[in-house]
Every structure is written in C-alpha cells, then in structure tokens.
Design a protein around this ligand. Structure first.
Ligand SMILES: [Zn+2]
Length: 346
C-alpha cells in the first residue's frame, strides 16, 4: 500500500523524497521576511515520525553541526517513517549569537506557547503546531551555556521504560533522570505524548568534535532502535551508561581567579579538591571541594568567579555506590560505519 505524503508548513512531501521547507515567522522590522528552515526526509515505507531540533537556545551550536552530518548519512535513503530536522529553532537567537530571543525571553521556558502571545510564545506555538504535533518522538540538542561545557549526556524521564530504552540506544556515557522544567520543549512535547530525549554536550558558541560525533551516532542509534534504520552498527562495544538520579552544582566559596583542577568525566569523591580560587596576588587561596561522590558532567571554563557562581556540575552516584565501576574515557562514542566520511573539527 502506497504511503501518504506528509504536509509541513503547507508544503506536501511525497514518500521517498526529501524537501527543505521554510516555516514563515513573518517579518523583521526592517521588512525582511524571516523563517525557520526544516528539512523533511519522508521515507518510502511507514514508520515513526521523529523530529530532531537544535539551537532552541540560539548560541548552542553543536546540534547545528550534528544535524548537517545526520542529513549527510547515506543510511537515511532507506529510512522508514519520517524525519523532521530543524537545525535552528531559535533563528533570531542564532543571528545574535544569543541564547535568548530579541525580547529577552528564553524560548525553552515559553512552550507550548500561544498564537497571540509574545514573540517567543508565537515561535514556540508554530514549532508545536508544525513540527511536534505530528511526531511520535523527538530529540532536542543542547550544549552548556557560554563559558560552561557539558560532558555528553542524555536528560530524559528515565522512569518511563521506553524512554530509558531510547536513552540507552543514544549511547552517551551519562544518562541523567531530570524533572520536567515548566515551559520547556520537552515538557510541552511530553504532554502531547511525544517521547523526548534532550542531548546536552559541549559549550555554547563552540564546536566540539567529540560531542558532535557522539551526537550524530546517538541520533542514528535512536532511529535504529525505533526500527527506522536497518543494518548493523559499527560499534564494537556498547558501554553500560552511568544512570544518575540527581545532580548538584558546586558553587564558588569566594571571589577570585579560578584554577580548575578536575575535568569533564572525572569521577570525584566527597571533599576532593576540584578547583582553587585565589586573589590576583596569590595571597589568599580557597579550595573548592566536592560535596558528594559523583562524576563531573559540567563545568565553568571561565577562570574568574564571584562568590556563589556555579563552577562544577556533578551527577551523584546512587546511594551505596561508588565510582569504582565506572570509566568515563575520552574515546568518542561514535559509530563510524554509519557516519559519512568527515575530517574532524579541531
Ligand atoms: Zn540549551
């Protein structure tokens, strides 16, 4: 039986074809039209409809490159189902190298949005109506904020068995069970029955090759888990992920110049020294210590801090467990057989 075409933003895409569609956002105040570009891969055969999106925060760019490589993957020619790729959800933020919209709102606090609300609310509403509403699953690609890097990690509602299975298929080394943040895309899509994963990796306004490779392999792993792609993985081993139920931020105990002593993926114990803060003359020095055992999943890269600034993000080990059984190494979690030939970004 022939598959139906799919219609996005008023454009109809036939089975077995691909199209780039501009979802109109109206006009800028200089009279130029502005749109959110979407690439649609509508498989010849039936299957789930999945969206992958990036730059909901306009300065978080690793996902933009993940999307480019994803769309170059030869295996997509045999896709079952439909893939909607939205590399820049917050197009206005991307133009300004900014996390926010020009009205200073955080788009990821404005979902599901409304047709008559603020600029951010309208953008969220358009995205929900045109992209999310027809989908069964979604993957939202993020990075840390400016001057803050995240270790590659999946955040999702891991108490839902199917979501946990998809999170494992992404094969990041760290899975963090996180509560829904009100107004987030994940919360709004989840409320419509869409299974959501959030991938966090790297730092705003920077490309990180390892985070990008892990992300591309991760999205392909999820599509394969959903039965949308066939074929064997090139992965020789699939690591058992570390599943964290909670995390905490270590804040700077004083103001000064920061020397970070531990890196992303480091396993740390309570009271370990993570960083040292000193005044510019080196006369006064304060240790920054871990409050509980865990693994470093985020940290500041700015060597300056005021008292109270968040410096190190640590995912806690489950009660009674130590970090002995875990290894967080630097080898990219990739899946080379699936990935297009690509010179690494250095
Ligand atoms: Zn983000």
């Amino acid at each position: 039986m022939a598959r139906e075409p799919v219609t996005i933003g008023g454009v109809t895409v036939a089975p077995g074809t691909r199209a780039t569609i501009d979802l109109s956002l109206g006009q800028l105040y200089n009279h130029n039209p502005i749109s959110m570009p979407v690439h649609v891969v509508h498989g010849r055969r039936a299957g789930p409809q999945v969206f992958v999106c990036a730059a909901v925060h306009g300065d978080e760019l690793n996902g933009v490159e993940i999307m480019r490589r994803l769309l170059a993957t030869p295996a997509l020619r045999q896709l079952r189902g439909t893939l909607l790729a939205v590399p820049m959800v917050n197009v206005l933020g991307v133009l300004h190298h900014s996390r926010y919209l020009p009205d200073r709102r955080d788009l990821n606090r404005c979902f599901p949005g409304s047709e008559t609300g603020s600029l951010a609310a309208r953008l969220a509403h358009l995205f929900m109506r045109e992209i999310v509403s027809g989908c069964t699953h979604g993957i939202d690609l993020h990075t840390g904020a400016q001057h803050r890097a995240n270790y590659p990690q999946i955040r999702a509602a891991l108490d839902e068995p199917e979501t946990l299975q998809l999170a494992r298929a992404f094969a990041a080394q760290v899975l963090l069970n996180s509560d829904l943040r009100d107004g987030s895309l994940r919360a709004a899509a989840g409320a419509e029955g869409v299974r959501m994963l959030v991938y966090e990796a790297g730092e705003a306004l920077r490309f990180d090759e390892r985070c990008i490779r892990t992300g591309v392999a991760g999205v392909l792993g999820v599509l394969r888990e959903l039965g949308m792609l066939r074929g064997r993985t090139g992965r020789t081993r699939r690591r058992e992920p570390f599943i964290a139920r909670s995390s905490y931020w270590v804040r700077s105990p004083g103001s000064g110049i920061v020397r970070m002593l531990r890196g992303l993926g480091d396993v740390v114990s309570r009271n370990d020294v993570l960083a040292r803060i000193s005044d510019p003359f080196g006369e006064v020095e304060v240790d920054v210590q871990a409050a509980a055992d865990g693994v470093i999943i985020g940290r500041s890269n700015l060597p300056l801090a005021h008292e109270g600034d968040a410096l190190v993000h640590i995912a806690r080990f489950p009660r009674g467990e130590s970090g002995d059984g875990y290894a967080f190494d630097d080898a990219p979690d990739d899946d080379s057989a699936w990935l297009p030939e690509e010179p690494p970004i250095v």
